[in-house]
Design a protein around this ligand. Structure first.
Ligand SMILES: Cc1ncc(C[n+]2csc(CCOP(=O)(O)OP(=O)(O)O)c2C)c(N)n1
Ligand SMILES: [Mg+2]
Length: 363
């Protein structure tokens, strides 16, 4: 019988019975077992407020980016991260920003914000301005900051995984103590070079964390229609890479998983593969009317699994007042408005910029 979208797993799958550690045919589950012993990161109240603030920044920034796109101020492609905020915030909060590197695909604005990069230069890049992080020449998909060890922003599905392997090799070769966090989607997980990278990374015990952001769709195709194995955390088994299955809608769970995975990698044990189960609320890109799923499906996730609302509940239970949380919202709206104003009022690149950053010689 054909599998339908109804049978696909939900972001809450990892909370259900019969998780990976019960699966006798999934051999590399030692990290999953360690993680399942303490699935919620014991965050201080300040840390939780910071997670809340950062996730809200991504949400409001992306909403504004969507509006600017609608007004014609952003051209080209634009892939929003709304719904997936807990993944980037939970993982990147556990990084050492002085040492570690990050690489991802084209859905990259949220990762840049999570890495502490100024919203103004991200928004200015989206609107193609000189002040943008790639001088306005990269746009939404090609943002880059070597200063922050953020290596893109890539439009070729899966290519960032092989490049991430290279970054990890550099960390090891230079003995700089860093690790590479390489994000890719459920669709990208079916790309050939991903497995070549798994092989070399495991063979050479490279310091890399492979993160599959399973948002359930690759463009308009759900995972059950495209993938023979939808338990993506198992995909490293043939390469002896331990897997972890994580609820990517819960920032405290993501951070708890990150602690286990990063420790393993930092101790020189080679790569880890993490599957982060999440969901994108908007279409694949701004030009996608999303006819391949029902409104009810999206609404159900928004109402029951939203990462920001989920953390808000935890904070309110801990005694935070609605007013405290509203004050954060106000602060974030101001930051986002300033970023939008900055990006609209900044000059476009000079025509002479057409001749810079162009490779014309062999190297
Ligand atoms: C090599 C390659 N093949 C196809 C495409 C077209 N394409 C762009 S995004 C995409 C889907 C990727 O989905 P997924 O990896 O799940 O990432 P998501 O968009 O869900 O974050 C495809 C097929 C591409 N950009 N590069
Ligand atoms: Mg996807």
């Amino acid at each position: 019988m054909a599998r339908t979208a109804k049978t696909r797993k939900t972001p809450a799958k990892s909370q259900q019975q019969g998780g990976p550690s019960d699966n006798s045919d999934f051999a590399l589950h030692s990290l999953q077992e360690a993680f399942e012993k303490a699935k919620t990161y014991d965050a201080s109240e300040d840390e939780m407020m910071e997670f809340y603030r950062q996730m809200l920044l991504i949400r409001r920034f992306e909403e504004r980016a969507g509006q600017l796109y609608g007004l014609g101020l952003i051209g080209g492609f634009c892939h929003l991260y709304i719904g997936q905020e807990a993944v980037a915030i939970g993982l990147q909060s556990a990084l050492d920003n002085d040492k570690d590197s990050v690489i991802t695909g084209y859905r990259d604005h949220g990762h840049m914000l999570a890495y502490g990069i100024d919203p103004k230069v991200i928004m200015a890049e989206l609107t193609g301005r000189q002040a943008g992080i790639s001088k306005g020449k990269g746009g939404s998909m090609h943002m880059f900051s070597t200063e922050h060890k953020f290596y893109g922003g890539h439009g070729i599905v899966g290519a960032q995984v092989a490049l991430g392997g290279g970054l990890a090799l550099a960390h090891k070769y230079n003995e700089d103590g860093g690790l590479c966090l390489a994000y890719f989607g459920d669709g990208a997980a079916n790309q050939g070079q991903v497995y070549e990278t798994f092989n070399m990374a495991s063979l050479w015990k490279l310091p890399i964390v492979f993160v599959i952001e399973n948002n359930q769709y690759a463009m308009g195709t759900s995972t059950v229609r495209s993938s023979a194995e939808t338990e993506f955390y198992r995909r490293g088994t043939a390469f002896r890479i331990p897997g972890m299955d994580v609820n990517g809608m819960d920032v405290l769970e993501v951070r708890a998983a990150a602690e286990v995975a990063f420790k393993h990698v930092r101790e020189g044990n080679g790569p880890v593969l993490m599957e982060l189960n999440t969901y994108r609320y908007r279409g694949h890109s701004m030009s996608d009317p999303a006819k391949y799923r029902t409104r009810e499906e999206v609404q159900d996730v928004r109402e029951h699994k939203d990462p920001i609302e989920g953390l808000k509940k935890v904070l309110v239970d801990k005694g935070k007042s609605e007013d405290d949380l509203k004050a954060i919202d106000k602060e974030i709206r101001k930051i986002v408005s300033e970023a939008a104003d900055f990006s609209e009022n900044s000059p476009e690149p000079e025509a002479s910029e057409l001749y810079t950053d162009v490779l014309v010689e062999e190297y």
